[in-house]
Design a protein around this ligand. Structure first.
Ligand code: KE4
Length: 429
């Protein structure tokens, strides 16, 4: 594949945009080489600036669950644009998408729209702190909830669970209120709660982790968190920015049968436009300004174009729930095909999959948390990534990401992908 124009565009971008990108993961730092610049996209395909067609397994990191430039979404945005793009005033469409989201997702009575998943998670934590009157939060190593200060925390030295900043600019004062646990380690969460009695406002978790590859919760883990939260007066926040409206109409709460107190959304809910949201039962949400004391705001929150895209997307998912079955079946087919190809070439690997989220790890042990995800052989991953790209398949440019399946993929696309895995696997060692 030729990428001359992408490389030239990347050189120009780097002169005026830090790292040439507006979000770091796009820069291909984890896999090397210059990032691909997209010219346009349609359905399951990206068309890059060098005229290459790529089958897309990232789909804008999740939103394009029905495929790129999906006509009902495009039509809704075009029509809405003609009537003005932003008012900073309430509009009926915000109520329409709010009513629809509340009808689709369990355990929520009210929803507040914002402009990104980061904003949704940041606001959800502030709401939890305001509602409970407590300051500390528990998050899990390897889970990503956006770039708000409270979340940019790594494990402290050794086994110490007190957080320390993993980005300059995050203060020690902020870090001390973020406690870290290992994903799928319920005992450790219990220990942390015991040693921070009555100080923890919330536990925030990706109910199916997607930011260390795809990592499912082990049996009983989420149920255990639910029980601990009930016992200790802690709010359970499900960060469903990835899983919301992807794993089921009602997201991970519906698929896994565990109730959260606050749920955050992003990606799919905006149909590809900038939308985040957080939602909960009324008695929690009514703590938000202007009703309650917890302040949260945004000039473009509930933007009519973004609402139009999101409403068109959610309407289609709500009206055709068989899409979720189709997505899961396509992902299972892909899983089986990749597995067969990698085994055929004796490539050490493990594959994690939940619904239409899947990740390939070049590790011999099961990947159940950040440490086991980090055991993957990144050199092999880099070769795999570039090999697949050379065969016109665009997967996540990092081993710590998930592939997102779109229903626009045909079984011919999946077969083409599996064939590419088979060819590339023979070159990995
Ligand atoms: P945004 O602020 O990027 O819209 O959402 C933050 C976020 C929150 N919660 C979860 C579970 C997420 O996965 C994300 C964002 N996901 C990354 C992909 N791993 C976005 C890609 C990027 O950073 O460019």
């Amino acid at each position: 594949m030729i990428y001359q124009r992408s490389s030239a565009l990347f050189a120009a971008a780097q002169k005026v945009i830090p790292g040439g990108v507006n979000s770091p993961v796009r820069a291909f730092k984890a896999v090397g080489g210059d990032p691909i610049f997209v010219k346009e996209a349609k359905g399951a395909y990206l068309y890059d600036e060098d005229g290459n067609r790529l089958i897309d397994y990232i789909n804008s990191w999740g939103p394009m669950i029905l495929g790129h430039a999906h006509p009902p979404v495009v039509d809704a945005v075009v029509e809405k644009t003609k009537k003005g793009t932003s008012f900073g005033m309430p509009t009926e469409i915000e109520t329409q998408i709010a009513e629809l989201a509340v009808s689709m997702v369990p355990n929520i009575d009210k929803i507040r729209f914002v402009n990104s998943g980061t904003e949704a998670c940041m606001s959800a934590v502030r709401l939890a702190r305001g509602y409970t009157g407590k300051d500390k939060i528990i998050k899990f190593a390897g889970c990503y909830h956006g770039h708000s200060d409270s979340f940019l925390i790594q494990a402290g030295s050794g086994a110490v669970t007190f957080g320390s900043p993993n980005s300059p600019g995050v203060t020690k004062g902020t870090a001390q209120d973020t406690l870290l646990a290992r994903y799928n380690d319920l005992d450790q969460v219990e220990e942390i709660i015991e040693s921070n009695k009555n100080e923890i406002a919330c536990i925030i978790i990706e109910p199916v982790a997607g930011n260390m590859g795809c990592i499912p919760p082990i049996k009983g883990f989420l149920q255990g968190l639910r029980a601990l939260c009930d016992t200790h007066g802690i709010l359970l926040i499900f960060d469903e920015v990835m899983t919301g409206f992807r794993l089921a109409k009602g997201g991970a709460q519906e698929l896994l049968g565990v109730d959260a107190d606050i749920v955050t959304f992003g990606k799919v809910i905006g149909g590809g436009l900038p939308v985040g949201a957080f939602a909960a039962r009324e008695e929690i949400m009514n703590h938000l300004a202007p009703l309650g004391p917890v302040y949260q705001a945004g000039t473009l929150s509930g933007n009519p174009l973004a609402m139009a895209a999101g409403l068109a997307m959610l309407n289609e998912l709500n009206n055709t729930p068989e899409i979720f079955k189709s997505l899961a079946e396509k992902t299972e087919y892909l899983h089986e095909g990749i597995e067969k190809a990698l085994l055929h070439h004796n490539v050490t690997h493990t594959i994690n999959r939940v619904g239409s989220m899947i990740s390939v790890h070049f590790a011999k042990d099961e990947v159940v948390d950040f440490d086991t995800a980090a055991n993957g052989n990144n050199d092999t991953f880099k070769k795999f990534f570039h090999g697949m790209l050379d065969h016109g398949i665009y997967i996540a440019p990092s081993a710590f990401e998930t592939w997102f399946i779109t229903d626009a993929l045909t079984y011919e696309d999946l077969d083409e992908t599996i064939a590419a895995v088979n060819t590339v696997s023979s070159t990995l060692f």
